[in-house]
Design a protein around this ligand. Structure first.
Ligand code: Q46
Ligand code: ZN
Length: 316
């Protein structure tokens, strides 16, 4: 298979990938250029941010967020990153993830903020899951949102960019559709504008599949953590991704149509019932819909009281 872009320029080169949903075969160089062009276009068209704005990329150590950080830096955006060390010991998941993020930061000379959950809360995500009674991903999401927002505010970043790709967004949309969760569907957009106390949130990789992010990492020798998060085992999003991969195989372009037709045809018609007013948490000052402590401070209180009970038992 030959690269179609090179062929158009009268050059013959071997393609390394065929993208059925774009009916496009590309060589290594052309794929990198195509990815970066498409990324820049997505940012521009959806008005995610301008080249002068200060962007904070949330990096997990996985392929998507590292590809995003690398590509934005290469394209000349003003970009720093933040990594939340989740304290997941199984398979050294957090240790390896952190290393991958730190290594890329050094390589591309971009500043990386590191926040260790254990240092702040005394426990990692697996323990917080047991202590809070929330699912691992729910408590993880709460803690990540809290710290990422805090760093964005402190560092005066105008927006937070995450590495959610098309496969992630399609799986989430499908899950929200299965339960007809209109409130969550309304909030599912490539750009979520700034709200009192919350930085703007953007997803510049929404037009790329996992496979495309992976290939971008491979051709730029970006080293990322290969392991899936051990706490993701059995989550329904993995099942939905497998399902949509099958649909995509028989009908290329389905993922793009499913997500972007929702954005243009249905999302604007959904009633925005969210009347919840944001207040400031009396303890940490972060925005919350609660009249009392925010969910993060409540979690902190819970950890403190369980620790105190443990100590008391030891003394008794
Ligand atoms: S890291 Fe956290 Fe993910 Fe692991 S615990 Fe769930 S949310 S799966 S992006
Ligand atoms: Zn609080």
């Amino acid at each position: 298979m030959k690269c179609r872009r090179c062929k158009d320029k009268g050059i013959s080169s071997k393609a390394i990938i065929f993208l059925p949903h774009h009916n496009l075969s590309l060589c290594k160089n052309c794929f990198g250029e195509w990815y970066e062009y498409r990324l820049r276009q997505t940012i521009k068209k959806t008005r995610m941010f301008t080249p002068g704005e200060k962007i904070l990329v949330a990096v997990s150590g996985g392929k998507d967020s590292l590809a995003l950080w690398y590509a934005l830096k290469k394209l000349g955006y003003k970009v720093d990153a933040v990594h939340i060390d989740l304290g997941i010991k199984e398979k050294d998941y957090s240790l390896i993830s952190r290393e991958k993020a730190e290594n890329l930061g050094k390589r591309i000379k971009s500043h990386l903020h590191i926040v260790s959950i254990k240092e702040h809360l005394g426990e990692g995500i697996p323990e917080l899951h047991w202590l809070s009674g929330r699912s691992p991903c729910s408590v993880c999401g709460l803690v990540k949102r809290y710290f990422i927002n805090l760093i964005a505010k402190k560092g005066s970043y105008s927006c937070v960019a995450t590495g959610h790709n098309l496969d992630d967004e399609v799986a989430t949309l499908f899950s929200n559709l299965l339960s007809w969760d209109v409130d969550l569907m309304i909030r599912q957009a490539p750009v979520l504008p700034e709200k009192k106390g919350f930085a703007r949130r953007v997803k510049p990789l929404v037009r790329f599949t996992e496979k495309e992010d992976l290939l971008y990492c491979l051709i730029h020798e970006i080293d990322y953590i290969r392991e899936e998060c051990p706490l993701a085992r059995g989550t329904s999003s993995l099942l939905y991704k497998r399902l949509f991969n099958e649909v995509e195989q028989t009908s290329p372009g389905s993922k793009l149509r499913f997500y972007f037709n929702f954005q243009t045809n249905l999302r604007p018609l959904l009633p925005n019932k969210s009347t919840a007013r944001l207040k400031s948490c009396p303890s940490c000052g972060q925005p919350t819909t609660s009249d009392n402590l925010c969910a993060f401070c409540r979690l902190k209180e819970r950890v403190r009281s369980v620790e105190a009970q443990k100590k008391q038992k030891q003394l008794d």
